[in-house]
Design a binder for this molecule. Sequence first.
Ligand SMILES: [Zn+2]
Length: 60
Amino acid sequence: MANWCEVCDRPEESDVCDVCGAKVVETKREPVPWRWRFFAVVSVIYVGWRIYQLISWIAH
Ligand SMILES: [Zn+2]
């Protein structure tokens, strides 16, 4: 994974930035784990189901 120069706000493969010469830090910008996406989808479906039940209950 590439490092990240916070001065230039750009990725840098080496330990020192080619543009500004600053020492770059290891990036923490990782993609969102699929577990969190799965959890978010399940939450949306659950809330939608509850809303459907509430509307169905009110309609009766
Ligand atoms: Zn830089």
